[in-house]
Design a protein around this ligand. Structure first.
Ligand code: KG4
Ligand code: ZN
Length: 331
C-alpha cells in the first residue's frame, strides 16, 4: 500500500509518499519561516494561504521523485489536528478531495502521533515498548508506547510547552523568530552557569512539567542584567541548560518507572543538540538507549503523517467522507 501524507497544521507544508514494502519513497517540505519572520510569530491567515499555494506543486515534486502518478496512490493521510484551524482545513480538504477523486480511503492523523512515530522511519528503529518524549511548540508529553496505537500518557506540561518557552524567551532576548534554533545558536557563546535558573517541578514526584515559572524567572533576570556584558548569551545558555536538565530528570524518572530500555525523542525541540547529547549520556549511564528522528523529521514534516496514516489504513481504519479537522484534540 502506498500512502500520501499531507502536513499543514502550522507553518510548514509537508508532503510525502510512504510505501508499506519499500518504505519512504519521497518527501518534500516548504517552510514559511520567511513569511512570518517579520511578524515575530506565525500569522494564521498567511499560513493558510501559503499552504493553498504550495500543496499541489509539492505533491507534483513528490510524485516525480517517487516515480509514480496520482493513480498509484492507495490511500491518503492528512493531519487532522491539533493545529491552526485554517491551516488544517487546507490539508484536510485537499486530502479528502484527492481521496474521493482517486476512490481511495483517507484518514485524519493526530499530529502528535506523527511526531511519536517519526523515529520508526530511521534505519535502526527502537523495539516496543518504549517511552516517547514529545517536545514541540504546542506540546510537552511523556508517553509509554506499547505498540502503534497503544499509548499511555505519563506526564505533560501544566502550562507552556518546551518549544513555546524557547520561542517566548528568544523573543524576550531579542533573538527573533523562530526562537528555538536562534536561542540555541546564541547559547553557544554563553556560560550556562553564569546565573542560577530553577529546574521546575523536579523537587517533587511525578512526570508533569511546568515552564511558565522559568520564563518569568528569565524575564526578571533579563530586566535586571540586560546591560551587563555577555548577559544575552549567558542567559540564553542558562535557560537552555535549565530546560534540558529538567527534561532529562523527567525522562530518567520515566525510564525508571516503566523499566523500558528505549526512549524516543521527537518534536521540534528534539532538534536541540544539547538535549540530544544530554539524553544520550543519561541513557548510557542508566542502561537505556535514546533514539531520534533525523533532524529534518524532528520538526513538522509530511513523512511522519504518511507513516502514521499508513499504519492506520493498513489496520483497516476508515472514516466517513467528510472533512475532519480539530484545532484542539487530546491524544
Ligand atoms: O514540532 P514543531 O516543528 O512544530 C510544532 O508541532 O509545534 O516544533 C516547533 C518548536 C518551536 O517552538 C521551535 O522553537 C522549537 O520547536 N525548536 C527548537 C529547536 N528547533 C526547533 N527548540 C530548541 N532548539 C532547537 N534547535
Ligand atoms: Zn509538530
Amino acid at each position: 500500500m502506498r500512502v500520501l501524507g499531507i502536513e499543514t497544521s502550522c507553518d510548514e507544508t509537508g508532503i510525502a509518499i510512504y510505501d508499506g514494502e519499500r518504505g519512504l519513497l519521497a518527501h518534500a517540505l516548504h517552510s514559511q519561516v520567511d513569511l512570518h519572520a517579520a511578524y515575530g510569530g506565525v500569522v494564521p491567515e498567511i499560513a493558510s494561504r501559503d499552504h493553498v499555494r504550495k500543496l499541489i506543486p509539492l505533491l507534483d515534486t513528490c510524485l516525480a521523485e517517487a516515480g509514480c502518478e496520482r493513480g498509484d496512490i492507495d490511500g491518503v493521510a492528512y493531519t487532522a489536528g491539533p493545529g491552526l484551524i485554517g491551516a488544517l482545513l487546507v490539508g484536510a480538504s485537499m486530502g479528502r478531495a484527492l481521496a474521493t477523486a482517486l476512490d481511495v480511503p483517507a484518514v485524519g492523523v493526530h499530529h502528535m502521533e506523527g511526531h511519536l512515530l517519526a523515529p520508526l522511519l530511521e534505519p535502526d528503529p527502537p523495539p516496543f515498548p518504549f517511552v516517547a518524549l514529545l517536545v514541540s511548540g504546542g506540546h510537552t508529553m511523556l508517553i509509554e508506547v506499547t505498540d502503534i496505537g497503544r499509548y499511555r500518557l505519563l506526564g505533560e506540561t501544566l502550562d507552556d510547552a518546551a518549544g513555546e518557552a524557547f520561542d517566548k524567551t528568544a523573543k524576550l532576548l531579542g533573538l527573533g523568530y523562530p526562537g528555538g534554533p536562534a536561542l540555541a545558536r546564541c547559547a553557544t557563546d554563553g556560560r550556562p552557569d553564569a546565573y542560577r535558573f530553577p529546574r521546575p517541578m523536579t523537587d517533587r514526584p511525578g512526570l508533569d512539567f511546568s515552564f511558565s515559572g522559568l520564563k518569568t524567572h528569565t524575564r526578571n533576570l533579563w530586566a535586571e542584567r540586560r546591560d551587563s556584558p555577555g548577559a544575552q548569551a549567558d542567559i540564553a545558555a542558562g535557560f537552555q541548560r535549565a530546560v534540558v536538565e529538567t527534561l532529562v530528570i523527567k525522562c530518567r524518572r520515566a525510564m525508571q518507572e516503566t523499566r523500558c530500555g528505549h526512549l524516543i525523542v521527537s518534536g521540534g525541540v528534539g532538534a536541540n543538540l544539547e538535549l540530544r547529547e544530554a539524553l544520550r549520556r543519561a541513557g548510557e549511564k542508566a542502561g537505556w538507549q535514546a533514539h531520534y528522528p533525523r533532524i529534518e523529521f524532528c520538526t513538522d514534516n509530511g513523512a511522519m503523517i504518511a507513516f502514521a496514516g499508513y499504519h492506520r489504513l493498513a489496520a483497516g481504519e476508515t472514516e466517513p467522507e467528510r472533512i475532519f479537522a480539530r484545532p484542539r484534540w487530546p491524544m
